[in-house]
Design a binder for this molecule. Structure first.
Ligand code: PEP
Ligand code: MN
Length: 294
């Protein structure tokens, strides 16, 4: 018999699924993330202009997205790349929420900015490069906002769970785990999408699991395939980069879908979403049957 997940991840007991807590549901505006539906979160890598953001918000909503993503503070690999609009970007996000009704997820880079970002955002994103920035995790946790915690570029699942446990320890139960690709010896794509990691997280934790095929693939032609895999693996949500004119995007244009591509991807995902629901029902019935027997 192999070791139990409880033993394997013994130092992060509170993130593990148990009879007492099988699934955390994160409430964001009228959304219930983790309650069964796979929720699409979409939008540009960076907030650039009012037109870019509002047009994207309206289009992704029409195609079925429920959350608008967009970075106002950007962690960039190059110090010379666009660093984000800051407060002006946050204000544009708030305007886009008013216009579209979509909830807003945006990254917070530094603990100094947490209260400002929390004023405007519905969900705080902790980026891959900050997964182990404990001062930031503490400040974000204490803001009381739900947190989308991205897996670090070289973080194991145990590392990701440790950061999630820390947020819970600071009194914030509303954590969503995000698989966004990791660095391996494989270089064909920007990162290696750990689809097995999604399945493991779904099996082991009670926290909602979100997949980001855009940063995993690093190229737009692979995003729909990775999204399909994420849905099949049971992800509770997808985080997808969408831009009106990806080739002109100020950041991550290569991996951004245009409106038509996003709509086509969402339509193509429908049968996979249905299969995912059937699988969830089957699992629920199985667990209930075991509980009745046990
Ligand atoms: C992003 O979401 O645009 C981003 C910078 O993500 P990550 O932290 O996963 O690289
Ligand atoms: Mn990006």
């Amino acid at each position: 018999m192999c070791v139990s997940w409880q033993e394997r991840f013994a130092d992060t007991p509170d993130v593990l699924a148990s009879a007492a807590c099988r699934q955390t549901v994160v409430d964001v505006l009228d959304l219930k993330i983790g309650a069964g539906e796979c929720i699409a979160m979409a939008g540009p890598c960076s907030v650039e202009t009012e037109f870019q953001l509002i047009a994207t918000a309206l289009h992704v909503r029409r195609s079925g997205a429920r959350v608008l993503r967009g970075g106002a503070f950007k962690p960039r690999s190059s110090p010379y790349a666009f660093q984000g609009l800051g407060l002006e970007g946050l204000k544009l996000l708030a305007r886009a929420r008013e216009e579209s009704g979509l909830a807003i997820v945006t990254e917070v880079l530094s603990e100094c900015d947490v209260s400002l970002v929390a004023e405007y955002a519905d969900i705080l994103q902790i980026g891959a490069r900050n997964m182990e920035n404990y001062a930031l995790l503490e400040a974000a946790a204490r803001s009381g906002r739900p947190i989308l915690l991205k897996r670090g570029l070289v973080a194991t699942i145990a590392d990701l769970l440790r950061s999630a446990q820390l947020i819970l320890n600071f009194g914030n139960p509303n954590v969503m785990l995000c698989e966004r690709g990791i660095r391996t010896f494989e270089t064909a794509m920007r990162n290696t999408f750990d689809a097995a990691g999604i399945a493991v997280l779904k099996q082991v934790t009670h926290l909602p699991v979100i997949a980001d095929p855009s940063h995993a693939a690093g190229r737009r032609d692979m995003v729909p395939a990775l999204a399909r895999i994420a849905v099949a693996a049971g992800a509770d949500g997808l985080l997808i980069e969408v831009h009106p004119t990806p080739d002109e995007a100020w950041s991550d244009g290569e991996q951004s879908l245009d409106f038509a591509e996003f709509e086509a991807m969402m339509t193509a995902l429908t049968p996979w979403m249905e299969l995912r629901s059937l699988e969830l029902e089957r699992r629920e019935t199985g667990i209930e049957a075991i509980e009745v027997l046990g």
